[in-house]
Structures are given as structure tokens and as C-alpha cells.
Design a protein around this ligand. Structure first.
Ligand SMILES: [Zn+2]
Length: 137
């Protein structure tokens, strides 16, 4: 039985984990990554996680406001998108319908970045997806 590494997102053999690595779910090779790189992966996971939640809280929004200032462009741009989503529709329920109806540009960004899969949890080709979302109105 292996152990899950949350940075490279996979099962790694047990010997790839030291005592501390086990606890924090980071394998030895990922522990060797520069801190800023590991941080960027964790930040990205947080951002995807917010969309997965049923509600993006005020505390989450404060966190996103910090992430928007990240020196990693990818983190900053993902955070900006999710922050914009949180402001118009903090609750997951009906979020996609609301975006499809009133904020198509934002919905398009969610689809393009793959963030939408944190929301839906399943894969649909982006084009089909946009059509589907507007039909469900
Ligand atoms: Zn790893």
C-alpha cells in the first residue's frame, strides 16, 4: 500500500515518505521542490477547493484577495477568476446557471482554465458544456 502525495497527486510507495512527509502528505521528491513552487501548487489546490465547496465564505474571499497578489501569474489569474465568481455567486447551488445567464465571460474563463471541473467533478468538452449550461436556463 502506498501513500497519497497531495503535491504530485498520486500514490507513492511508503518509502517515499519520511515521518513528517507522511503527516503532511508530501512525498520526498516533492519535499525537495523549492518552497515557492510547492506553495504555488498548494495555492492552486486551495483555489480549486473553494469552487468545490458549497459556499465560498468571507474568510475564503479574504484568502483569495491575498492569492490574487501572488507572484505566480497562474495562481494570481486563477484566484482572480474564483474571486470574481465568489462575488457574484458565493453559493455553489445554481452558480453555473447564474453565470451562464449573467456572466458568460466568467463562465468561459472557468471552462478554459478547467476550474469548472472543480465545480462539476466530471469532464464534458468545453463547447458542449457551454451549450448545455445555457440550455439549462
Ligand atoms: Zn509527491
Amino acid at each position: 500500500m502506498g501513500h497519497y502525495c497531495r503535491i504530485c497527486r498520486g500514490e507513492r510507495p511508503n518509502e517515499q515518505f519520511s515521518g513528517q512527509g507522511h503527516r503532511i502528505h508530501v512525498c520526498k521528491s516533492c519535499q525537495r521542490l523549492p518552497k515557492s513552487e510547492r506553495r504555488a501548487i498548494e495555492d492552486r489546490d486551495d483555489i480549486f477547493g473553494f469552487l468545490h465547496q458549497s459556499h465560498i465564505s468571507k474568510k475564503n474571499v479574504a484568502h483569495l484577495e491575498q492569492l490574487v497578489k501572488s507572484d505566480k501569474p497562474r495562481v494570481a489569474s486563477l484566484a482572480a477568476i474564483v474571486l470574481a465568481v465568489a462575488r457574484v455567486t458565493p453559493y455553489k447551488h445554481r452558480r453555473l446557471k447564474i453565470l451562464a445567464r449573467n456572466h458568460r465571460e466568467l463562465l468561459r474563463k472557468l471552462v478554459e482554465t478547467g476550474l469548472v471541473f472543480a465545480h462539476t467533478g466530471d469532464w464534458v468538452p468545453p463547447e458542449a458544456w457551454l451549450q448545455e449550461a445555457s440550455r439549462k436556463n
